[in-house]
Design a protein around this ligand. Structure first.
Ligand SMILES: Nc1ncnc2c1ncn2[C@@H]1O[C@H](COP(=O)(O)OP(=O)(O)OP(=O)(O)O)[C@@H](O)[C@H]1O
Ligand SMILES: [Mg+2]
Length: 277
């Protein structure tokens, strides 16, 4: 399949993308139960379009991380469908993929995990190159043999996120904000069509928070669909083009962040309202 390369541009200079706004996912009747417990996700329905920057919001335990993991395929759905519309016109239901197809899907649907999932003893550059793992043979990646064009792209991404000086430093010696940027580079290294980020700014200082949110905005402006779990309503209103509010595993709001009224936020967060910023 033709893979559109992410154009690396200075902040806020959107590059027009003809595929912008095309539907990339249609989620229908999606449900998830862990073991025999009550449903953690219940009848989730929404469409995702190219270029959207969608916040997923809701109180702790609402099901936000579960939703991203089910979309990415790292946690299997219990019911419903996740229909993916590829650029070549093909459609597939993510919940029905076999192991090989699932690996391919994960290379198109990048995920930034809450705990970064970097390899601590490997240097930053290799960690980023591991984003190409699904397109590189295991043996080659074991010996860190990556094509020159991959290395050039990894260096370009690190430079873009001001991480080039740390390229040869072990990941375990980075600060939280630096690890977060490396995790973003690794996810972008796979040229994803969709980028899922689970609380990418949790525990970051304000400067690094804005840096990461600026990057996610720029990624979405390049035509990639971005879904991001956020706890800050202020950031949602400033950066996101859409918010999906989840309470007890169900969507209770899906609209523009400016429509998030106090009463809606109260429905979403209950007594956690006082902890919001
Ligand atoms: N592996 C698991 N096994 C059983 N229950 C789980 C598992 N993972 C999550 N849950 C439960 O599913 C519910 C939703 O969890 P999830 O992590 O999706 O919430 P969240 O909205 O991301 O919360 P937070 O804001 O705290 O990260 C919670 O009640 C949680 O205890
Ligand atoms: Mg979570």
């Amino acid at each position: 399949m033709a893979q559109a390369q992410l154009k690396i541009a200075p902040q806020h200079q959107a590059i027009p993308n003809p595929a912008s706004h095309a539907k990339v996912l249609a989620v229908n009747g999606l449900g998830k139960s862990y073991d025999s417990q009550a449903r953690v996700l219940d009848d989730i329905n929404f469409d995702l379009h190219a270029g959207e920057l969608v916040a997923v919001i809701g109180r702790s335990g609402a099901g936000k991380s579960t939703l991203l993991h089910v979309l990415n395929g790292t946690i299997p759905a219990s019911e419903g469908e996740i229909r993916h519309f590829a650029e070549n016109g093909k459609q597939q239901n993510i919940v029905e993929l076999n192991a090989r197809q699932m690996r391919q899907w994960r290379s198109e649907c990048g995920m930034i995990f809450q705990d970064f999932c970097l390899v601590p003893r490997l240097d930053v550059l290799t960690n980023v190159l591991l984003g190409r793992l699904s397109q590189t043979s295991t043996l080659k990646s074991l010996f860190k043999i990556f094509p020159d064009e991959d290395r050039a792209r990894a260096i370009g991404l690190l430079e873009w996120l001001n991480m080039l000086p740390q390229a040869l430093q072990r990941a375990e010696n980075l600060s939280g904000g630096q690890m977060q940027r490396v995790a973003i580079c690794r996810a972008l290294m796979q040229n994803p069509k969709i980028l899922l980020a689970d609380e990418p700014v949790a525990s970051l200082d304000p400067k690094n928070t804005r840096r990461i949110m600026d990057v996610l905005r720029q990624v979405s402006e390049n035509g990639i669909s971005v879904m991001v779990n956020l706890h800050s309503v202020e950031l949602v209103k400033e950066y996101c083009t859409r918010a999906i509010g989840i309470a007890k595993g169900r969507i209770v709001f899906d609209g523009h962040p400016s429509q998030l009224t106090d009463s809606l936020l109260h429905t979403l967060y209950g007594e956690e309202m006082s902890q919001l910023n």
